[in-house]
Design a binder for this molecule. Structure first.
Ligand code: CTP
Ligand code: MG
Length: 227
């Protein structure tokens, strides 16, 4: 069967600010959310595409994705994990049994190469995530931002999305997850439930838009390309 894509777009983008949450703003010529929706739609391995949005932005989302066929909308929840869980339950209700990819709308520049690496890795693992090695020096700081002990960088990775799983794996991981207060992602939930999640090579282009500056940087790059 074809793989499912869950694209979570129900956040409020509080760190970025602005009139509408970041995932609805335009980057590289189209609404941020539309970039990853189209990438999944173009890839032959993907079937159900589920976009998770807050009720308050349902109408705006429908407008921004006008003309895009083959997507299903699911209502978001209070936290990211709740938004993901609503989409997992939607797939559970369809008795979906394929692979499920979970992606942040806030990471618009998804490539088919990353999707292929994740699909390949799932042939021999419960889950797979794109990861990149940390390259900067790392340090703890005390409460006044004063440099304190160094943190060994070797063996540390930055984890991106999409995070890919066999559907039963992520469904079971979400159903059994109970330490509500610990911020976590889907891969960590799967790991905590006893599943094996592997790294594949990530992609710098998959960086998440988090702060207003991330939009400024993007505009700067676009300007450079036209020089
Ligand atoms: N997300 C979601 N539902 C939530 C919270 C987050 O679907 N209740 C989604 C966001 O829309 C985003 C992704 O999860 O695509 C990653 O979250 P983050 O970058 O933290 O986005 P926001 O939560 O919207 O931003 P902030 O934390 O600054 O408010
Ligand atoms: Mg958030």
């Amino acid at each position: 069967s074809k793989a499912a894509a869950i694209i979570v777009a129900a956040g409020s983008g509080s760190r970025t600010g602005g009139d509408v949450p970041k995932q609805f703003r335009t980057v590289r010529g189209k609404p941020m959310l539309r970039h990853s929706v189209e990438e999944f739609l173009q890839h032959p391995a993907f079937g159900p595409i589920i976009v998770v949005v807050a009720p308050a932005h349902a109408e705006l989302t429908a407008q921004l994705l006008e003309g895009v066929e083959g997507i299903t909308f699911v209502q978001g929840g209070a936290e990211r994990k709740d938004s993901v869980n609503n989409a997992i339950q939607y797939l559970d209700n369809l008795s979906f049994n394929g692979m499920t990819f979970i992606h942040d709308a806030a990471r618009p520049f998804l490539s088919s190469a990353v999707l292929d690496r994740l699909l390949d890795a799932l042939a021999s693992s419960d889950g797979a995530v794109p990861a990149l090695p940390v390259v900067d020096s790392l340090s703890r700081a005390n409460t006044n931002s004063i440099l304190s002990e160094a943190v060994e960088r070797a063996g540390l990775f930055r984890i991106q999305t999409p995070q890919a799983f066999h559907h039963q794996v992520i469904s079971k991981a979400h159903a059994t997850w109970n330490s509500e207060k610990v911020p976590t992602d889907d891969a960590r939930m799967a790991m905590a439930a006893g599943y094996k999640v592997v790294f594949v090579e990530g992609d710098e282009n998959l960086a998440k838009f988090t702060f207003a500056d991330d939009f400024g940087r993007e505009m700067g790059q676009a300007a450079k390309m036209h020089d």
